[in-house]
Design a protein around this ligand. Structure first.
Ligand code: CA
Ligand code: CA
Ligand code: CA
Length: 213
């Protein structure tokens, strides 16, 4: 681990969505993955407004694949992406798992509510999202899409206390690395008042990044 002393702590808790989190300004750029606009039903991009690609072949945006619904707007992102895009065919043993990051200006000590939609890919059993803040894992979610005819979005809400002026949010696919699975959409980060009554779970900086291939 690097810079352990500087990382301080991240306070993580879970809340029902509050009015302030619903209406506050989203500090993230392109959190709903509506850019770039997909022509057709999906595409693979080497860059994406707002986001950096830390690992994996590219950003796979989807728009109405198989008639499936987005969580917000028209497009979502499949974190287990694709190596060669539409028309490229399937490569034997093709790998797609990505990790994406957005850096955001924050105020040290300020609380923020992170919310996002997570869905399994219909028909795919293994979907595994890992959410990290300042390189610490703060949440993992898994879902099974077998038998689904459409997306099944669950909203994840995480209360975060910023420890840096520039914070980083990372979303990573830890599903079986096979180009299928782990949909995310509607990622929002909103400043919120300090919680008065919430019992906070303080996670010390012990969790390293790990990755399953
Ligand atoms: Ca969207
Ligand atoms: Ca894919
Ligand atoms: Ca997968």
């Amino acid at each position: 681990m690097r810079k352990i002393a500087a990382l301080s702590f991240v306070a993580v808790g879970f809340l029902a969505s509050s009015a302030s989190a619903d209406t506050g300004q989203n500090l993230l750029a392109n959190g709903s993955f509506e850019e770039h606009v997909v022509t057709g039903s999906w595409n693979l991009f080497s860059d994406l407004p707002g986001w950096n690609l830390d690992d994996g072949p590219g950003f796979e945006l989807q728009r109405g694949v198989s008639g499936w619904d987005a969580y917000d707007g028209d497009q979502w992102l499949e974190l287990d992406a694709d190596q060669n895009g539409p028309g490229g065919g399937f490569i034997n043993g093709e790998l797609g798992s990505t990790s994406i990051t957005q850096e955001v200006q924050t105020v040290v000590g300020q609380y923020y509510m992170l919310t996002l939609g997570f869905s399994p890919r219909p028909g795919v059993a293994d979907n595994h999202l890992v959410i990290s803040w300042d390189d610490q894992v703060i949440h993992e979610a898994e879902a099974n899409g077998l038998g689904l005819q459409n997306t099944s979005w669950q909203e994840i809400s995480i209360l975060i206390q910023a420890g840096r002026d520039i914070s980083s949010l990372s979303l990573s696919d830890h599903s079986l690395n096979d180009t299928l699975g782990t949909f995310v959409d509607g990622v929002r980060l909103v400043a919120v008042p300090a919680p008065a009554t919430l019992a906070l779970l303080i996670i010390p900086v012990l969790t390293g990044r790990r990755r399953r291939r």
